[in-house]
Design a protein around this ligand. Sequence first.
Ligand code: NAP
Length: 254
Amino acid sequence: MAGVQDRVALVTGGAQGIGAEVARRLAADGAKVGVLDLNADSAKSMADEISAAGGTAIGLAADVSKREDVQAAVDTLVAEFGGLHILVNNAGVLRDNLLFKMTDDDWTLVMDVHLRGAFLASQIAQRHMVEAKYGRIISMSSTSALGNRGQANYSTAKAGLQGLTKTLAIELGPFGVTANAIAPGFIETAMTKATAERVGGSIEQMREAVASTVPVRRGGLPADIANTVAFFAAEESGYITGQVIYVDGGRGLL
Ligand code: NAP
């Protein structure tokens, strides 16, 4: 069984939400996982949870928008597990506001975490992948890449990640490295809970509203995204590159 067995994976923003489920899934499938997050304690407790369940993981504290942090995290991971084969660019933040109210800081932070973060992690990781002639880079885009009210910054960043993905696919393909993106719709996490509360509702109301508008009639869960990451990350998926899969319950079809 190939899949991700014995591969080394780095999941950014891996301490909670989608990233945590991705880290659990890759570890359950046999990968050694670096759980990278801003907060050292939460990265370590997620890694400890994975280890307690029989997997192999370490926590790595880093801000993905800082080159020295990402370099240090990758160096630690490679020293610990002997390589880096799978990168999941997942760390993200929201700073939603209508365009006329959006501040420079709202714009810059979102660009820095999503775009600079994915650029830095991909650039630093690819050195190890190219050397090994093997790699999988998976970036978390969003249905918001298609445009979303109140998300000029986030929509731009998520569309940018699709462009980055296609360019990485072109540049790194000859070295055995694929690059793909996942565009989730509504997935229940702390991020969507905060969004629901910001607009004066609850996560339950948001889940019901989404369920009534998508063909599969339910909201998305982190496991839906982890499953797609596992697919792209597998050795057997080596002929798939430069793709974006929308994991959104069929949003927009009805
Ligand atoms: P989440 O629960 O807020 O988790 C995001 C994680 O990223 C947090 O652990 C956060 O740490 C970490 N993070 C933030 N800034 C970071 C930085 N500079 N360096 C390192 N880590 C950082 O969000 P989620 O819902 O799981 O989303 C994960 C990804 O999927 C994001 O890229 C998001 O845009 C994307 N996505 C989510 C949905 C959805 O419906 N949930 C839909 C489409 C796309 P702290 O908590 O310490 O800040």
